[in-house]
Design a protein around this ligand. Structure first.
Ligand SMILES: *Cc1c(COP(=O)(O)O)cnc(C)c1O
Length: 820
């Protein structure tokens, strides 16, 4: 934090009410997450209320841990905790923002803010690296650009920083005002306008206006004048002397011309005073060229010399800067953060690690942090972090990193270069470990990741954990706050990978998990998943497992009830069970005529505790079945009331699946069962744009072939290019879950953004696509589905449903998880 604050200051800044104050205590850290606290005495814990949880629930445990100062909502009862300082405010999130606004106001060096639809994080990272050659730069970690992320980024600014770069992201109307007030940028960069998050806005114009409002008070604004709507609006809103426009046409402050080359491009910028600067950049795609142009102009505007900018550019790469969780060798888990170079990023990675399921040991592979500032101070903080997260082994690469040797003589191993580390690294020494690999780009830690990751066969399924959270919160918002959520993670979490998804769901605060079979539940328990688990289909042979692993079977018939009840009696056990009521599905479940018998069974067998009573809708996603669904829900209400008469406690009542949550909000009862929606498919079509796809299936091109007119492709000679052409063979077949019905043009993949239709029959492990006229080579990536190829559309194409496509993906396809 830039400057410590006293409790009375906090009270003043947030217009709060103080209880048990202590004027002597100064705050130097502000935390919203109970796990991220380093100096409890000097921390202010702000209890936010989210979809996930109420921060106030952590207060007892934090008070125990030594935190002395808390900011809470006004309805908090301060009398329960007489020994800690409580500051009450109307809205803790707002108070957090006011504190950030105050801290920001003390910082007098330039603040750069980046807004726009795409490229914000990349522009921030690149600008940070280029400026970082000369200045001590503070920047938002990852994409901390939201109502809560921006305050946290501002608290990351320290007195030694010479410039701060802050991203500003909004998803609905009205959000920018708070960001503007906090960031108050001196220099603004507007990247571009896209259609993402369009849901939250009336029109594209209103979204643009809102985004631009962040620059209201900035002195300068850099923008690309080639998006007409953007340039018209900017030029209408702001005085000309504030604007630094660039364009590929003449007439703006900078005129750009681009010459594409074998690898990369040459970029020439001519200023309005006719001075010209040339830069060699290592990319040639439009998006990267746009991003780097913003970066170059911003760095020049901040006074950096073109030579030094060029020097910085040559160290950049258009890399994947996501924090990724991957399967490692010998059942280890790898957290790949090879694009991180500062403390703020390290903290994000550590927090991410902490949320994963426990492993045998925690191992940290870390390079020098390329951060300006006193190494002693920086490594003091790194030391504290390492202590807090309790690593068992540290591998350090670089120079300054050796400062850690003194602190951790038993488990620090230092290397002066990545090569040296690699030559002494024995992959077999790792098994069932959690390995966090985090280093600045120049250290080339990709090689370390390569060495320690499980061999990945050509096809991968990438899961975006932020999108998962987004989707979860979307449904949470449709529900009343007290409605519980059971997440269905059956069938390998709809193909997404049950353990990792379940772990993420557990962190997000869901209440229950649902699996199809007991072995799915056992696998979750063995990996440390603690949420209660309902099992849809339990076999008699697995009663013992259910009992041992605390799994809760669904009971759907009198015979099953009796057999489970007598098993429990014989083994002196009790068990929590769920009752499935059949109201029209006619799959499993008790029918109306069986209810009297069921009531007798419940009364006679108190060893079976009824955890819940539920039914399942057959057509919640389709309008035409609306009446039938309602009749199911009404019938269920009667039947569950009948059953409840003989139960003295309160089982949970539930009926709605993903589509039901959208279509029948009045029937939430105590809990809902969320499935497909969480995985990014909104089956009713009512909120098609509100969800984010969570998974991208990718494969690679194994070979390119050029064919003569009339030659055929694949089995049974089904594929043919009449006038010849070019095909690519992909490492993906029906054994990976790529449906054979996609054969012969029914399916397509995206290669370098272009559609390549399947040609010929899909084979077991491979398929061929038509790439005639496209610029492709072996090793290129092909996207099978994801952000740009909707599952719904693909499923329609072959007459099935997204559920089938998702669950078909073979387990031999590696799943990797990332935060974007
Ligand atoms: C799979 C399943 C769900 C989830 O359904 P979605 O349509 O994926 O939301 C809910 N309840 C039961 C009983 C299920 O089997």
């Amino acid at each position: 934090m830039f400057q410590e604050v006293s409790q009375p200051q906090i009270v003043e800044i947030t217009a709060g009410l103080l209880f048990n104050g202590n004027d002597e205590l100064f705050i130097s850290q502000i935390a919203i997450d109970s796990r991220q606290i380093l100096h409890p005495e000097k921390t202010l814990f702000v209890a936010l209320r989210g979809a996930k949880a109420d921060g106030a629930d952590f207060i007892p445990q934090l008070a125990e841990f030594g935190v002395k100062t808390f900011l809470v909502h006004h309805d908090f009862d301060e009398n329960v905790f007489p020994d800690i300082c409580i500051i009450k405010v109307a809205d803790t999130r707002r108070a957090l923002q006011l504190l950030a606004k105050y801290e920001r106001s003390l910082f007098t060096n330039p603040v750069v803010s980046i807004a726009g639809s795409n490229g914000k994080t990349i522009v921030k990272e690149w600008l940070g690296q280029i400026l970082g050659q000369k200045y001590a730069v503070a920047k938002s970690p990852k994409s901390y650009n939201s109502q809560v992320g921006v305050p946290l980024s501002i608290f990351g600014i320290e007195t030694y920083h010479q410039v701060a770069i802050l991203e500003a992201g909004i998803s609905k109307a009205g959000e920018m005002a708070a960001l503007e007030e906090m960031i108050k940028p001196d220099l603004g960069i507007f990247t571009n306008l896209g259609t993402a998050h369009q849901e939250g806005f009336e029109s594209l114009e209103s979204k643009l206006n809102e985004k631009l409002s962040i620059f209201e008070d900035s002195n300068l604004l850099i923008y690309c004048a080639d998006q007409k709507l953007v340039s018209d609006q900017i030029e209408a809103l702001f005085p000309a002397e504030k604007l630094i426009g660039w364009s590929d046409r003449a007439g703006y402050e900078f005129t750009r011309s681009v010459k594409l080359k074998e690898s990369g491009a040459r970029l020439i910028l001519m200023k309005s005073d006719l001075s010209t600067h040339t830069f060699q950049v290592p990319f040639s795609d439009m998006a990267s060229l746009e991003n780097i142009t913003h970066v170059i102009i911003a760095a020049m505007t901040l006074g950096q010399s073109p030579e030094s900018i060029q020097e910085g550019i040559s160290h950049l790469k258009s890399v994947d800067m996501r924090l990724t969780l991957k399967p490692g060798i010998n059942d280890s888990l790898l957290i790949d953060d090879t694009y991180n170079n500062d403390l703020a990023g390290l903290k994000v990675a550590l927090d991410f690690m902490q949320q994963q399921r426990p492993k045998r040991r925690k191992i940290l592979i870390l390079s020098d942090l390329l951060q300006q500032g006193s190494p002693e101070k920086i490594y003091e903080e790194v030391t504290e972090l390492i202590r807090k997260y309790q690593f068992d082994q540290i591998f350090g690469v670089g120079k300054e990193i050796f400062l850690l040797e003194r602190e951790f003589p038993e488990f620090f191993k230092g290397f002066t270069s990545t090569g040296e580390l690699l030559s002494s690294l024995d992959p077999e020494a790792f098994a069932n470990d959690m390995i966090l690999i985090t280093g600045a780009r120049v250290f080339g830690f990709e090689e370390v990741v390569n060495r320690l990751q499980q061999r990945i066969h050509g096809t991968t399924l990438e899961i975006n954990l932020n999108a998962l959270t987004h989707n979860y919160n979307f449904y949470k918002k449709l529900l009343s706050p007290k409605t519980k959520v059971m997440v269905m993670v059956k069938a390998f979490a709809y193909g997404g990978g049950a353990v990792e998804i379940a772990n993420q769901i557990q962190t997000m605060g869901a209440d229950y998990l649902g699996v199809a079979f007991s072995d799915e539940g056992v696998a979750l328990r063995k990996q440390g998943i603690k949420l209660p688990i309902m099992v849809l289909n339990t076999m008699e042979e697995s009663f013992e497992l259910c009992s041992e692993f605390d799994l809760e079977p669904v009971v759907f018939s009198p015979e099953f009830f009796e057999s489970l009840a007598s098993w429990c009696t014989i083994h002196h056990r009790t068990m929590r069970i769920h009752l499935d009521i059949d109201t029209g599905m006619h799959r499993l479940g008790f029918e109306r005529k069986q209810l009297d018998g069921l009531k007798e069974l419940i009364q006679a067998n108190p060893q079976l505790e009824i955890a819940s009573v539920y039914t399942h809708l057959v057509g919640a996603d389709e309008e035409i079945h609306q009446e039938f669904s309602l009749s199911q829900l009404k019938a269920f209400e009667k039947m569950k009331n009948d059953i409840l008469q003989v139960i003295t406690y309160k089982p949970l009542i539930h009926a709605l699946n993903s589509a039901g949550i959208v279509a029948f909000p009045d029937f939430q009862f105590d809990m809902v069962r969320l499935g497909i929606g969480l995985y990014g498919v909104e089956v009713t079509g009512k909120h098609a744009l509100a969800l984010r796809p969570i998974s991208t299936l990718k494969t690679t091109i194994s070979q390119i072939k050029t064919l003569e007119p009339g030659e055929t492709i694949g089995y049974s000679r089904k594929g043919i290019l009449i006038s010849g052409g070019k095909i690519a063979t992909l490492a993906l077949g029906y054994a990976d879950g790529y449906d054979r019905r996609f054969s012969n043009g029914k399916g397509y993949v995206l290669i370098n953004g272009k559609k390549a239709p399947v040609i010929g029959n899909v084979c077991m492990d491979m398929c061929m696509v038509d790439v005639s006229g496209m610029d492709v080579k072996a090793g290129d990536e092909a996207i099978v589905y994801g952000e740009k190829i909707s599952l719904k559309e693909l499923a329609d194409q072959i007459g099935t449903i997204p559920y089938e496509l998702l669950t078909n993906i073979s387990t031999r396809v590696k799943r990797i998880y990332y935060l974007d």
